[in-house]
Ligand binder design. Structure first.
Ligand code: IFM
Length: 489
């Protein structure tokens, strides 16, 4: 049984942001409206077999047309912050050049409506929808894309930065570069180690240049970026498994954080790739080092890593597909060259239940990540930008959705955040993924992550029990803030 939501917020600072999270491509639909250009995901959705059941995001949650109703929902929910993303192909249909005024106007209206509703807008500039024209020119494996991103970031923040304070540059760079360029499971569907390695460094440079371009125009903005992070535990205490876990940690957690926050790539990673594969230019690492104002954290699971019974190989020990379940769930990349891979699973250790994604429920992972980042990089402000779970659920006979498992999930994860705060991590917000069910990339509409349920045939939004629960939490937090302010005045 879960505790009351009120009790939960009492331990957090009054200014803590309680929010929900979405992304443009997963909710907006209207892919051809108001001059939007095609993105790599529009193209990928047309590839036979790329998306479960042949789903696509042409309609998604129809948020582009229903945004006002959705802002009302957010207000009723009582969130103090809303993390969404800006679709680059709406702003620059080909990824470069003139700004598409109609596309920008959509976010301009959204920001105004959010502020009017007392909600802080928290946009992400890149949540995976690269303009197709840029992919045709080489995509993230092409250095010029870093400069195109910086131009785009500067233009959007120049237009909205008078009202928007918090900006995330990217969402989960390791996920979109590895799945998009190495494993071919996400757009643009490429399977190339050289392209992946190039994309890692180009996206790192895009962070550095985007950050500086935004700050040059508006120095007061709070600009960070958001990373998928997970604790990596060895399956057994053998040296091989311990090495495999530390290697997975270097690649999954530090491949982007370390060059940005410390100006170097993880050594284990560099030792596992061909010399020169990153196409580093002189001065790049100095430039890459970027004083991010915060780190956004998305944590969904822990990774338990085994070397698969092989002893530590020489080179290359690099290619591994992140499988959440060693028993077979999750995709598998098809490589022609031989490879050695650490495998992920629970390996007979104590394990949590599983969500509809096959991901283990392990709330401690969030504590480990928040305190781990603090330990390695110092006391940088942290925002949990995504935390959530998919379960198979449909409305019951009473028309309601009794998703106690989702409530328990959020409750346990919020407690984990609180423990991290008590251990010294500077965590400033929690965003539930997601406001409502949406387009879950290659899995289409099957996994349902929302606090609200969507009937995709009618676009009807229905509050799940977890939405009511989160509403009580958000309203409790708002009441505390009001009390403090009235005592102070
Ligand atoms: O839906 C995704 C989101 O786009 C990025 N983080 C993980 C979520 C759940 O898979």
């Amino acid at each position: 049984m879960y505790r009351s939501a009120d009790h939960l917020v009492a331990g957090f600072p009054q200014t803590f942001m309680w929010g929900v999270s979405t992304s443009a491509y997963q909710i907006e639909g209207a892919v051809e409206r108001d001059g939007r250009g095609p993105s790599i995901w529009d193209t990928f959705c047309t590839v036979p077999g790329a998306i479960e059941r042949g789903d696509d995001a042409r309609m998604a949650c129809d948020h582009y047309h229903r945004w006002r109703e959705d802002v009302d929902l957010l207000q009723t929910l009582g969130v103090s912050s809303y993390r969404f993303s800006v679709a680059w192909p709406r702003i620059q249909p080909t990824g470069r050049g003139e700004i598409n005024a109609a596309g920008l106007a959509f976010y301009d209206r959204l920001v105004d409506a959010l502020l009017e509703a007392g909600i802080a807008p928290f946009p992400t500039l890149y949540h995976w929808d690269l303009p197709q024209a840029l992919e045709d020119a080489g995509g993230w494996a092409e250095r010029d894309t870093a400069d195109r991103f910086a131009d785009y970031a500067a233009a959007v923040s120049a237009a909205l930065g008078d009202r928007v304070t918090h900006w995330s540059l990217f969402n989960e760079p390791f996920i979109f570069t590895s799945r998009g360029y190495l494993f071919g499971r996400y757009a643009p569907g490429r399977r190339s180690l050289p392209a992946f390695l190039k994309s890692v460094h180009v996206v790192t440079m895009a962070h550095a240049r985007g950050y500086r371009a935004m700050k040059a125009g508006r120095p007061g903005l709070s600009v960070g970026s958001t990373f998928a992070l997970a604790p990596c535990e060895p399956a057994t205490d053998t040296p091989d498994d311990r090495w495999a876990a530390s290697y997975a940690d270097a690649v999954f957690n530090h491949l982007f954080l370390q060059p940005l926050l410390a100006g170097s790539y993880p050594r284990a990673f560099l030792e596992s790739i061909p010399v020169g594969a990153l196409y580093l230019k002189a001065g790049d690492l100095d430039e890459a080092r970027t004083p991010l104002d915060f780190v956004g954290v998305n944590t969904y699971y822990r990774l338990v890593v085994s070397a698969g019974g092989r002893s530590r190989p020489a080179l290359p020990y690099f290619l591994f597909d992140l499988r959440s379940d060693a028993r077979g769930a999750g995709g598998h990349a098809d490589f022609s060259s031989p490879r050695v891979e650490p495998v992920m699973g629970s390996f007979g250790r104590e394990e949590g239940g599983r969500t509809a994604m096959g991901w283990e429920i392990w709330p401690r992972a969030l504590y480990d990540v928040l305190t781990g980042v603090t330990q390695v990089y110092g006391r940088i402000p942290l925002y949990v930008c995504e935390s959530g779970c998919a379960f198979d659920e449909t409305p019951g006979e009473d028309g309601r959705i009794h998703d106690a498992a989702r409530i328990a999930y959020h409750e346990q994860h919020i407690q984990s955040v609180l423990r991290a705060v008590h251990s010294g991590a500077d965590v400033r917000g929690y965003h539930a993924w997601s406001l409502y069910d949406n387009f879950e990339w290659a899995s289409g509409y099957r996994p349902r992550f929302g606090l609200l349920h969507i009937d995709f045939a009618t676009q009807r939004r229905t509050w799940k029990d977890s939405a009511y629960w989160y509403q009580r939490l958000c309203h409790g937090a708002r009441a505390r803030l009001r009390d403090v302010r009235s005592v102070a005045s």
